[in-house]
Design a protein around this ligand. Structure first.
Ligand code: TYD
Length: 136
């Protein structure tokens, strides 16, 4: 699975609080082109339902918790993000669904490219077909 957890180094302590620097091509492996965040999601909402052809992303739940189902067309995994020091790298060709957003959760997303709707695969059957063509 082209997907892995990153444990960011947090600087500080439990009295003073923590700081986490994120640096392109260092603790995030790609050149950062875009950052966005998702908040205010009601608990029964599922977001995502898409894959990207070439985009790389790191997702960090900087407040609260969220679950992410990742699917490479062969296997699925469920990842819980509930610590601001833990990121989830998701590479190209991974279908993802984000759900069980806790109240007040904020999901920060760091991305390798500017927004491009043409990079999305938004239909699951198209995704399955796309993965088959990638294997040839
Ligand atoms: P989408 O990526 O589908 O969100 P999610 O996977 O969390 O459900 O994006 C939702 C909408 O926002 C869609 O209309 C595209 C738009 N959008 C942008 O305009 N710029 C961006 O950088 C992103 C990520 C989305």
């Amino acid at each position: 699975m082209n997907c892995s957890l990153i444990r960011f180094k947090d600087i500080g302590d439990e009295i003073e609080g923590f700081l986490i620097p994120i640096e392109a091509e260092r603790n995030v492996t790609f050149q950062i082109k875009r950052v966005y965040y998702i908040y205010g999601v009601k608990q029964d909402v599922i977001r995502g339902y898409h894959a990207h052809k070439s985009l790389e992303q790191v997702l960090i739940c900087v407040n609260g918790s969220v679950k992410i189902k990742v699917d490479d067309g062969t296997e699925t995994e469920i990842i819980t993000l509930d610590k601001p020091h833990t990121g989830c790298y998701i590479g190209p060709g991974i279908w993802r669904e984000m759900y069980e957003f806790s109240q007040n959760s904020v999901l920060l997303v760091i991305a390798s490219a500017f927004f491009d709707e043409n990079d999305y695969i938004r239909d699951y059957n198209d995704f399955v077909q796309y993965k088959k063509t990638q294997k040839i």
